[in-house]
Design a protein around this ligand. Structure first.
Ligand code: A3P
Ligand code: MG
Ligand code: MG
Length: 390
């Protein structure tokens, strides 16, 4: 980032309007994701290239209290902006392993060795934001795009004042947010014994409690997948909440992954309609990583888990379409995603310093000689569209 410089000048701006929500033209296909690699965050936030922080699904007991453990939670220092560090480190590790093996294509576990050039490398959360933008009436966002070695790296552009506002908003949601993490703890285990209710030191914990909340660990392993929207290759990193497998199962595939969500208990039609709207984000977030199952825990205002419902990710769009007044369809999100990423790759890829200065390629690895990357920005204006500029 410190290599980069950016200035906004309108003569390089490109504007892309939102697609009409009534659009019916079939969208570009989304390629079924395959795993490139997985990695784990340790309690101190450092990374290990293994599945040590994998969590296994273990249904939460109805009646559990999602306030439990609030006082002893460990929160990640949000002032540390990690950019794409974990994802890039994982890709470098995957490249190294691949080079050592000297083979091509897939590794022994059916994983793909690396990202494909000419596409986008980013967090799954960025792609989710772009996809749901056609249905987002309020929240603008801005992202940074930099081309390097044949790929475009995309991350959230998070100026200090925006970050401060977001933190303030989040602090008023701290309790709700905690209950989401507590549901993860009650729904997962890392032990073959299941979640014990009594520890050796005689301290009792509630039934099903999987251990204290530490948002450094993000409960589970991060997964890096390879996919594509239409002809644009994607390499996405994201956290997977847990897997539905016997504790200790080595390398469970994407088909075993489960996303956990909490929601307030639904008492009336209005609340039901709000939940149906929220399913767009849940669907997009899970579908992008190839996570087939979403478990939603419904809690009352006091934070007690009242009921739970499982969804098959791929069936959610059909469920929404079957409603009398469907609040969303996947068509505008997929068209918009392809259009935005097409705009980004078309303009940003040719500014790759390795394209504009081909003679430096042979010296890659020596940071001193890498020329500054061109920093592009693209921003989303709710109800209007997306603008790309530098
Ligand atoms: P819920 O999903 O039950 O809301 P994720 O669902 O993406 O795995 O995230 C796990 C939990 O982290 C969420 O639980 C929520 O409590 C919290 N969380 C996620 N994104 C957040 C955000 N932007 N601000 C505050 N809390 C957030
Ligand atoms: Mg999660
Ligand atoms: Mg979750």
């Amino acid at each position: 980032q410190n290599l980069a410089s950016s200035s906004r000048s309108n003569n390089t701006a490109h504007f892309l309007p939102l697609p009409p929500l009534s659009l019916r033209t079939p969208p570009p296909p989304y390629r079924y994701p395959t795993i490139i690699t997985t990695y784990s965050h340790q309690p101190d936030r450092c990374i290990t290239h293994d599945d040590t922080s994998m969590a296994y699904y273990n249904q939460a007991p109805i009646g559990c209290d999602l306030n439990y453990g609030f006082e002893s939670k460990v929160e990640r220092d949000e002032d540390v902006d990690e950019h794409l560090d974990g994802l890039c480190e994982a890709l470098m590790e995957a490249h190294e392993k691949h080079d050592q093996r000297g083979d091509g294509g897939e590794d022994g576990d059916g994983n793909e060795a690396a990202e494909r050039k000419g596409g986008i490398i980013t967090w799954r959360g960025m792609i989710t934001r772009i996809m749901i933008a056609p249905y987002e009436p309020r929240e603008p966002w801005e992202m940074t795009a930099i081309a390097l070695d044949g790929s475009v790296y995309v991350e959230l552009h998070d100026p200090p004042e925006i970050r401060q506002k977001r933190r303030k908003d989040q602090s008023s949601w701290a309790w709700q947010s905690y209950m989401g993490y507590a549901f993860e703890s009650f729904s997962t285990t890392t032990s073959t014994e299941g979640n014990e209710t009594k520890h050796g030191d005689g301290v009792h914990t509630p039934e099903g409690w999987g251990g204290g909340v530490n948002t450094n660990v993000q409960v589970s392993r991060a997964t890096v997948v390879r996919s594509a929207i239409g002809d644009i290759p994607l390499c996405l990193g994201g956290e997977v909440d847990c897997v539905r497998a016997e504790v200790g199962t080595p390398h469970p595939g994407l088909n075993k992954c489960v996303e956990l969500k909490t929601n307030k208990v639904i008492y009336n039609e209005k609340q039901d309609a709000i939940f149906h709207k929220k399913l767009l984000k849940h669907w997009a977030q899970s579908w992008l990583l190839g996570i087939p199952e979403i478990q939603v825990g419904f809690r009352d205002d006091a934070g007690i888990l009242k009921s739970q419902r499982g969804f098959e990710t791929e069936k959610i769009p059909r469920f929404i379409a079957s409603l009398p007044d469907p609040p969303w369809s996947t068509t505008p999100p997929l068209h918009f995603l392809h259009a935005v990423l097409n705009l980004v790759t078309t303009h940003v890829l040719p500014t790759d310093p390795l394209v504009t200065n081909p003679h430096i390629r042979g010296n890659l690895g020596s940071e001193e000689i890498l020329p500054p990357a061109d920093v592009w920005r693209f921003s989303f204006v709710p109800r209007r569209g997306c603008e790309l500029y530098r």
